[in-house]
Design a protein around this ligand. Structure first.
Ligand SMILES: C[S@@+](CC[C@H](N)C(=O)[O-])C[C@H]1O[C@@H](n2cnc3c(N)ncnc32)[C@H](O)[C@@H]1O
Length: 227
């Protein structure tokens, strides 16, 4: 058996996979508006510019050093789209930072239409997708965005039309579109309930800025079948 690993923007790499080719897809896309994975690249501008003037500083750039070291993997810096020093433009293909949840779901549906194409008629698709709350950018400190506003790209989720403090129900909206738009059969929902201990270990600093019920976060896995 030969394994092949494709690395790159999923919207591009998936095109190289033939129709009716895979039995199972298991995927955990970025949830909407929660994280910046730091995959952005600069195009144009000056070769050795570090785009420092484009960086949007958080309070951790001013204080509390040590935090960034600890959370390096999830604390990607955020930048303005254009560098004021050299004019380079930031291009980012990562999912999850769209200004409206419907734009995020539109992209997912585009992707899953491709996943449907590559899935055999007997195959199945497993999606791990979590929800988020409608909130305004939270936790400004001395006028600077905090870690959580940095990682969520400073989205004001209340502008999406969902009332402040309500769950947005992204997984449910996505599941309905998968059925209605792509004709997939939703077979089940699996609730992944993390223990408070597990949550504490991983997310204590992020929890401080989020609704307390996040500690009982329910992560929904949706099983879909194409036949
Ligand atoms: C929730 S994580 C999933 C992590 C993965 N399940 C693992 O165990 O490593 C989402 C991942 O999707 C990646 N991602 C976001 N947009 C992408 C895109 N357009 N193409 C490929 N990967 C993308 C992010 O960089 C991140 O690593």
């Amino acid at each position: 058996m030969i394994n092949t690993i494709l690395i790159g923007d999923v919207f591009e790499t998936i095109k190289s996979i033939p129709d009716n080719y895979v039995d199972v897809t298991i995927t955990s896309p970025p949830y909407w508006g929660l994280r910046n994975y730091g995959t952005a690249m600069w195009e144009g501008g000056r070769e050795y510019c570090n785009h420092e003037s484009a960086k949007i500083k958080t309070r951790f750039d001013y204080k509390f050093t040590g935090f960034q070291e600890k959370y390096k993997s999830s604390d990607a810096a955020i930048f303005k789209n254009e560098c004021p020093d050299c004019g380079a433009i930031q291009k980012d293909f990562q999912l999850g930072n769209e200004p409206h949840y419907n734009m995020y779901i539109d992209k997912l549906i585009l992707l899953f239409s491709e996943i449907k194409r590559i899935t055999k008629p007997t195959g199945s698709i497993w999606v791990n997708l979590g929800d988020t709350y409608s909130t305004k950018p939270v936790g400004r400190f001395n006028g600077k965005p905090t870690h959580s506003t940095a990682t969520s790209g400073q989205l004001d989720k209340t502008l999406s039309g969902v009332p402040n403090k309500s769950q947005i129900m992204v997984p449910e909206r996505f599941a309905i579109r998968m059925i209605d738009d792509l004709g997939l059969i939703k077979r089940n929902t699996i609730i992944w309930k993390r223990s408070p201990y597990f949550q504490h270990q991983l997310r204590i600093d992020l929890l401080m800025t989020l609704n307390i019920s996040f500690s009982l976060q329910l992560i929904q896995s949706i099983i879909l079948s194409s036949s």
